[in-house]
Design a protein around this ligand. Structure first.
Ligand SMILES: [Zn+2]
Length: 162
């Protein structure tokens, strides 16, 4: 039996195609790349999360001389959001790459580890977390929820009998 999964997303080349609150979120994520601590990779990433109460949470990648101890921008933002506002749903996360030494010619995608963390919070809050991938210029990709970025995932549902 052959089965397939279709992944739907929106692609824009003009930020004005987004609602105003998401345009702002993208601008914050872009700006957050500038404060990234990336002295080793020089690959700066910014993230911004819009909470249900309207607050925007910032994140950027944090590297370490002991490389595995660093953390992606998305997880920095999500953990901060969950720590500060555990009851507020994360409605959307914008992610932007801004390497120091070259220009990205496509929107940056979150790594597998960050997708797993997005999935966790999306299930916890029982509300979609929109995922917006962007560049410092025009291209934007929008996913309606985080779960679609991690098909056949492992989640808390697997840890209990149904
Ligand atoms: Zn990551």
């Amino acid at each position: 039996m052959h089965k397939s999964i279709t992944l739907e997303y929106e692609y824009f080349t003009d930020i004005k195609c987004l609602p105003l609150e998401l345009q702002k979120l993208v601008e914050v994520a872009r700006n957050n790349t500038l404060q990234a601590y990336a002295p080793y990779s020089h690959f700066r990433v910014g993230a911004a999360i819009l909470l249900d109460n309207g607050v925007i949470i910032n994140g950027n990648n944090q590297e370490n001389a002991s490389y595995p101890q660093g953390m992606c921008a998305e997880r920095v933002a999500m953990f901060q959001a969950s720590a500060l506002y555990p009851e507020q749903a994360m409605l959307a996360i914008a992610i932007c790459g801004n390497p120091e030494n070259f220009s990205l010619n496509h929107p940056l995608s979150p790594c597998g580890g960050c997708r797993q963390v997005m999935l966790e919070y999306e299930k916890k809050q029982r509300h979609n977390m929109k995922v917006i991938l962007c560049t410092m210029k025009d291209e934007l990709i929008v996913f309606e929820n985080a779960s679609m970025l991690l098909p056949f995932n492992f989640s808390k549902d697997d840890l209990q009998t149904k």
